[in-house]
Ligand binder design. Structure first.
Ligand code: GDP
Ligand code: IMO
Ligand code: MG
Length: 428
């Protein structure tokens, strides 16, 4: 059972990129299964700092396959730019493959993402504007263009013509904008096809072959559980399944091959975009954490909203994914606080709310029930062993473990690969 998943436990940006780069030393392949270039995964190691949007975060390990699975939506330009930048910086990208079944983010998806958000006005979701939602909409609506289609102009042409008819009607009649040219779009697609041709494969077969040979495969989650289209705070979610279920459909693997499911959590909470966040701090503490941690989006540069650790949401996330272990990142950011809080419950409409509510209106009314813990003076920053942690920091970690209901296997104490405490073996 040699597959291990790394899943965002909160609202994204938990530090998945860092943890995947750390763990990838022990695996043969890192495979992305969902999302698109709405993701921004930061990797910091001896080769430098990398912001990856589509390329899997194990890319700095020579010889490790990087695979973009069928569940991902791909912007060919973003992918090619990312590969060129990695090549320029001396990172070997010869082991990178893209699924022929992955859907393409087309120029009209990006355009419509912006127009739809504008039309939502005050109710905007705060998307990353990368066309991800509209691309998944077309996938489910059976009107998508897949990476493999770009390599087959004859079958692509009539499909593009048909789809563009509808898109242009929407763009001109609903939004009053100019129609996109079919000829230009077809030319772009052909160019993309030629650019991507060397990378396109039946990736589900590559992944299954690796698993059959008992090679270790790391399943790279993007976004986070609370942004999941089914399990997140709908409609303030992304349009894919960042939870563990998405790994099976997004790669074409069976659940039995998954030996471990690691949930990545920040030691506090952040969220980019709109939607309820019960433990949010709209005060100087939140501003202080944002400044200290430089909590600005990796993809859009937007300021991230900050809150204390939300254990109600954390427990829910554990249940949805069946986490076998937890990773706690950015513990160092809490160094020096006189006290830290954990949200251990919600109250709304004068009552205790027992579980993470499905009703977003109710979630928005939820008030946090706090538990306060003494802070720590000694730094956790850059610690590499559990014995280096101050007693109160360790107590804080243990309390989170207890509330979420799963063991903390890795603690991250800084952005770089080396600033990591392996509490328990994750990948044997
Ligand atoms: P991802 O989308 O889950 O991969 O996370 P992002 O890369 O978008 O955001 C996480 C940010 O936290 C990045 O800037 C990382 O370099 C940084 N980071 C990750 N782990 C740690 C940590 O333990 N401590 C500190 N200070 N920064 C971290
Ligand atoms: P990583 O992989 C944080 C958020 C957006 C918005 C909502 C919908 O880096 O953790 P979308 O563009 O997907 O339609 O936007 O989802 N969002 C993320 N927030 N990290 C991400 O990815 C995100 N990907 C999407 O901010 O609220
Ligand atoms: Mg990110």
């Amino acid at each position: 059972m040699p597959a291990y998943a790394v899943i965002g436990g909160q609202w994204g940006d938990e530090g998945k990129g860092k943890i995947i780069d750390y763990l990838a030393e022990r695996v043969d392949a890192v495979v992305r299964f969902a999302g698109g270039n709405n993701a921004g995964h930061t990797v910091v190691n001896d080769s430098g700092t990398f912001q990856l949007h589509l390329v899997p975060s194990g890319i700095c390990w020579k010889g490790v396959y990087g695979i973009i699975g069928n569940g991902v939506v791909v912007s060919p330009d973003v992918l090619m730019n990312e590969l060129q930048e990695l090549d320029r910086r001396g990172v070997d990208t010869s082991n990178l493959y893209v699924s022929e079944r992955a859907h393409v983010i087309m120029p009209y998806h990006v355009l419509l993402d912006g127009l739809e958000e504008e039309a939502r006005g005050e109710d905007a979701i705060g998307t990353t504007g990368r066309g991800v939602g509209p691309a998944y909409l077309d996938k489910v609506g059976r009107a998508g263009i897949r990476v493999g289609d770009l390599l087959d102009p004859e079958s692509l042409a009539p499909r593009l013509k048909q789809t563009l008819k509808f898109k242009n009607a929407l763009i001109t009649k609903i939004y009053g904008r100019e129609a996109l040219s079919e000829d230009e779009l077809m030319a772009t697609c052909l160019e993309w096809g030629e650019m991507l041709r060397p990378y396109v494969r039946a990736t589900e077969e590559i992944v299954r072959d690796l698993l059959d040979q008992d090679k270790k495969v790391l399943l790279e989650g993007a976004q986070g559980t609370l942004l999941d289209i089914d399990h997140g705070s709908y409609p303030f979610v992304t349009s894919s399944s960042p939870t563990i279920g998405g790994a099976c459909t997004g790669l074409g693997i069976d659940p039995h091959c998954i030996a471990g499911v690691l949930g990545v959590f920040k030691a506090y909470s952040t969220r980019v975009g709109s939607g309820p966040m019960p433990s949010e701090l709209n005060d100087s503490i939140g501003d202080g954490i944002r400044e200290k941690a430089q909590e600005f989006g990796t993809t859009t540069g937007r300021a991230r909203r900050i809150g204390w650790f939300d254990a109600v949401a954390g427990k829910y996330s554990r249940l949805v994914n069946g986490f076998t272990g937890m990773v706690l990142t950015r513990l160092d950011i809490l160094d020096g606080f006189s006290s830290v809080k954990i949200c251990i419950g919600y109250r709304a409409d004068g009552k205790v709310v027992e579980r993470f509510p499905a009703n977003t209106g109710l979630l928005a009314r939820c008030e946090p029930v706090w538990e306060e813990h003494p802070g720590w003076d000694q730094p956790t920053a850059s610690a590499t062993s559990i014995s280096q942690l101050p007693e109160n920091a360790l107590k804080y970690v243990k309390r989170i473990e207890e509330l979420v209901g799963c063991p903390v296997q890795i603690i991250s104490t800084g952005p770089s690969r080396a600033e990591t405490i392996l509490v328990e073996t994750v990948i044997p």
